[in-house]
Design a protein around this ligand. Sequence first.
Ligand SMILES: Cc1cc2nc3c(=O)[nH]c(=O)nc-3n(C[C@H](O)[C@H](O)[C@H](O)COP(=O)(O)O)c2cc1C
Length: 223
Amino acid sequence: MAIEGMDRETNERLDKVIQMRRSIRSFTEEVPPRQQIEQVIEAGLLAPYAAAALEGVKLFRRFFVFERGGESIEKVAELAVEHMKAVAAGFKQQCETDPAFAEKAGPFVKRMEIVVSSGKLPITEAPYFIVIAERAGFPPAEKQSLAHVLENMWLKATALGLGFRLISLIANLAHNEDFCKLIGVIPGEFAFDGCSIGYATEWPPPTPRPSFDEAVTWFASSP
Ligand SMILES: Cc1cc2nc3c(=O)[nH]c(=O)nc-3n(C[C@H](O)[C@H](O)[C@H](O)COP(=O)(O)O)c2cc1C
């Protein structure tokens, strides 16, 4: 059965949104209307969730919106830097005693150290920073659910002409007592992901992908 309203035009527009989606890492000063941010959140709410892992849980998804320049967003950035500092120090120590780990993690750890020493995380740069929280269930599927939420939000932001950046480091604060207290959840009860939204200073070209033929293996029903 065809779905009503799913015509060629809808299909072509969806393709266009998917093709135009980009990671935006530089934002203008202009603040998008709050109503558009609400629409982006609505798209995130519509993403699938792991129903079987969350039986009886009604409020399995929450959104915390931080506005640029506010006290709360500065506090989040401060906590995230603090946390990253501790993680980077642990990784560095491990690199010194474990050559195999150093080879694998070295470049990432160096990048972390540069960010930590600058004391500047991308959290405060866009007009809006949103933390998305998905309730941890059994079996754990909350991280996968978050990826669906973020992709829905990303595509909706793109369709609205808004720039979007994933801020995945916020996931590390799932057990951070100060951060969880700030947003009013119990440490460990939710998994987090985050994103920044605003107007892009420029829309970058597409990033490389494997070719269709390289990436796809098709097991046909007949030879
Ligand atoms: C799981 C995951 C985490 C990511 N985390 C970040 C992030 O914290 N900051 C960031 O700027 N981009 C992040 N990205 C975006 C990727 O770097 C980006 O998607 C990739 O470079 C391709 O570029 P495009 O999004 O413009 O197609 C993340 C992407 C994925 C899939």
